[in-house]
Ligand binder design. Structure first.
Ligand code: BDP
Length: 706
């Protein structure tokens, strides 16, 4: 029992394990350089910073250095914002202070009156807290603290989680239990989890949270709920986290008793203005709204003959006096245009460039379809120079094996961020669009659809914690390498032992390609089963909206497979800058990883390695399965570095992943084989069941589906 609790705590503690430092040389370096903590300031945030240091030092080093209000002696760690620093220290740090943004921090070894000290400072207390977490990570990863000289500022303003949480606590596309937000007990009962959630987010620099689902419920805007939202905002504030909500466009009708929600109607405008005043009275630092409008049946300005600009700007005007922002989603596609769903968001939004109010930021999914295991970057990135665009990544694994598959998503995120849009010549990467450097946008942001629920371990799969962590790190710095992120996370979460780190990091890094291989290799996409999106369903063709059917996306027939988006097809390639368009359009230059996204090719089409498309496809599926087997082998060797509960959990989950990888391989290959009419090549295992069997599987209670 005791060991269960101990391990459960490990699962719960995420990357903030603060494991005892076993390397004695490193431990003594830390102890010698950390004789005291000087705490400057007394805000809630500074108190949290102090507490965090004490917890970290006690757990990692076995003792807490003396805490002082005044600077005495040497080898102290001084924490406080610039306004609380000794004037001489501030002077010495002035050039660093000039370099950092409001949320940036400095960690520096200094000599003050000939005595060695380490200072953690920034322009305000939240920046200090970020610095404290960074400093603790140095210890967690066993790096030296001699001669520190670190300045670091986030590259984006809004680093935000989108919770698709409903008021009944179900989580749309959530695979880690129910919503953290216990609306019934709020505002009076403050669950410790709210605090721990804020702490975890602050530790990676996440500074915003949208509490509610994009498929919104207007009730959240009623006083009954706003009181609860206010309570959460109060918990999150000292951690530097702002609260945002989703706005249901028809709220003026549903909870305001108006007859319309037309954004040009004066009563509607007044209603929203009053609503904003009411919200900001309770929550003065309320962040603003995320809006899904006229998408997948959600109400929006088009219901009144208005457009996205009218809708977004009306809400933007209402929050502007309070400093709020509107994050308006570009995830739109029409059932009336069967030509190519991938083209629709661009077609609709690009002409609006420059028309949105200053406090509107358009939130664009990473790819043009929908969070698939692999998609080329969304053509809107770089194509709206006069409009701030924010990235929307999906951290929850709706299309990547739910919370049972080990998939390290920062690899996917990095691939998108590094993509070159060529919109302002070579080097116009998506990251530069997002951080505002390409077009000098002031408002910038990255959103991640959260994978967090009330499971003991927060994210369902212990390795899915790395996706939350990695999202935060990339939101802070979209240029970070995913390998660095995996390395940090493993050290903070499990162990610094190189014999553990090296092989396990390898499986993390390879895991994203593995899932692409066993689900949607060579550019295939959207072939999952319907509704719940669990497992393969390439055969599905009977849904009312054509672009909901997998057959619409793979277009497999006797002649071949793939969606022709080249110039001779739907010409979706033309939405990219000319250099990129040519690159994707030309079969020779189009990367094979995107082949079937852009081209319909015959089953005999010759791949670069000389294999026919059919053989290459089949072998990719097999490779994915093999990769999972390899992940299992590596994990089995990790037993001695990990507590037994987490070890076993992950072992069982990998077993499921292995089964499901085979399921994907067999179901897809059997289905496509009907068209190719060819044998499986050597090296591909025989299917475990018949196609009819796979088609017969039903999952009425698959999680995350409302
Ligand atoms: C789709 C999800 C759906 C979301 C939608 C969205 O299946 O649950 O509501 O994205 O992002 O991928 O709005």
């Amino acid at each position: 029992m005791i060991s269960f609790l101990a391990s459960a705590q490990k699962d719960y503690k995420l990357w903030l394990q603060y494991n005892t430092i076993v390397n004695s040389a490193i431990a003594s370096e830390y102890k010698n350089n950390l004789k005291g903590i000087v705490v400057l300031g007394n805000s809630e945030t500074i108190k949290i910073s102090e507490r965090e240091l004490k917890t970290g030092f006690l757990d990692m080093l076995g003792n807490i250095p003396e805490v002082k209000q005044d600077l005495k002696g040497e080898n102290n760690l001084i924490i406080g914002s610039q306004s609380n620093l000794h004037a001489d220290i501030k002077n010495e740090l002035q050039s660093d202070l000039n370099k950092i943004s409001n949320e940036g921090f400095i960690i520096k070894s200094i000599l003050f009156k000939n005595k060695k000290q380490i200072v953690i400072t920034g322009k305000n207390d939240v920046a200090v807290l970020y610095g404290v977490f960074y400093f603790l990570r140095i210890l967690q990863t066993n790096k030296s603290i001699k001669n520190l000289s670190i300045t670091d500022s986030p590259k984006t303003n809004i680093r935000i989680l989108n919770h698709w949480d409903n008021l009944d606590r179900t989580v749309e596309r959530g695979y880690a239990g129910f919503s953290l937000w216990n609306w019934q007990k709020l505002p009076d009962f403050i669950d410790q989890r709210y605090i721990d959630y804020a702490r975890a987010n602050a530790s990676v620099g996440i500074n915003g949270t949208v509490l509610t689902n994009v498929n919104a419920n207007a009730l959240i805007l009623t006083p009954q709920y706003l009181e609860k939202v206010e309570a959460l905002a109060n918990v999150f504030r000292p951690y530097g986290i702002k609260v945002y909500l989703t706005a249901r466009f028809s709220a003026p009708i549903e909870i305001g008793n108006l007859k319309t929600a037309d954004p040009k109607n004066q009563e509607v405008i007044n209603w929203w203005e009053d609503k904003m005043a009411e919200i900001y009275k309770r929550i003065p630092d309320f962040g603003g709204f995320l809006v899904k409008a006229n998408s997948e049946g959600q109400p929006g300005p088009q219901n009144y003959g208005r457009d996205h600009v009218d809708g977004a700007n009306m809400l933007a005007d209402a929050v502007a006096p309070f400093g709020g922002v509107i994050m308006w989603r570009a995830f739109v596609y029409s059932e009336h245009d069967v030509n190519d769903r991938a083209k629709q968001a661009y077609a609709e939004f690009q002409p609006y460039d420059g028309k949105f109010k200053e406090n509107v930021i358009v939130q664009v999914k990473n790819g043009a379809i929908d969070f698939q295991p692999r998609e080329p970057f969304h053509p809107l990135f770089g194509a709206m120079p006069k409009t701030p665009l924010m990235m929307e990544f999906q951290i929850t694994q709706e299309y990547l094996g739910f919370s049972t598959h080990l998939v390290f998503l920062p690899k996917l995120f990095q691939e998108v961020l590094e993509s070159d849009t060529y919109q302002k010549g070579k080097g116009s990467t998506v990251a530069k669009v997002i951080d505002g450097s390409l077009y000098q946008n002031k408002l910038t942001g990255i959103a991640g659809v959260a994978n967090i629920g009330n499971d003991l371990n927060w994210t369902g799969h212990p390795f899915a914690q790395a996706n939350w962590y990695g999202f935060g790190r990339l939101a802070w710095n979209p240029y970070l390498d995913s390998e660095t992120i995996a390395d940090e996370w493993l050290r903070c979460t499990f162990s610094n032992d190189e014999n553990f780190i090296k092989p396990v990091k390898n499986i993390m890094i390879g895991s994203r390609e593995a899932v692409v291989n066993y689900m949607t290799p060579l550019g295939l996409h959207h072939i999952m089963d319907t509704g719940h999106h669990y497992g393969p369903g390439p055969w599905v063709s009977n849904l009312s909206r054509p672009e909901w059917n997998p057959t619409y996306y793979h277009k497999a027939d006797k002649n071949g497979i793939g969606f022709d988006r080249s110039k001779s097809g739907t010409n979706a390639v033309s939405q990219y800058a000319p250099e990129v368009a040519i690159f994707f359009d030309n079969l020779e230059s189009c990367p094979e990883k995107d082949l079937l996204w852009f081209h319909h090719v015959s089953w005999d089409y010759k791949l670069k390695n000389g294999l026919t498309l059919w053989n290459g496809l089949a072998l990719k599926y097999q490779q994915g399965v093999n990769q999972v087997k390899e992940m299992q082998n590596v994990w089995n060797q990790a037993e001695k570095y990990v507590d037994s509960e987490r070890f076993n959990e992950i072992k069982m989950l990998l077993e499921i992943q292995q089964k499901e990888a085979k399921w994907w391989r067999d179901a897809c290959l059997l289905y496509f084989q009907q068209f190719s009419g060819k044998e499986l090549p050597e090296g591909v295992e025989k299917p475990t069941q018949t196609l009819e069997y796979f088609k017969s599987l039903k999952f009425p209670f698959a999680p995350g589906n409302g």
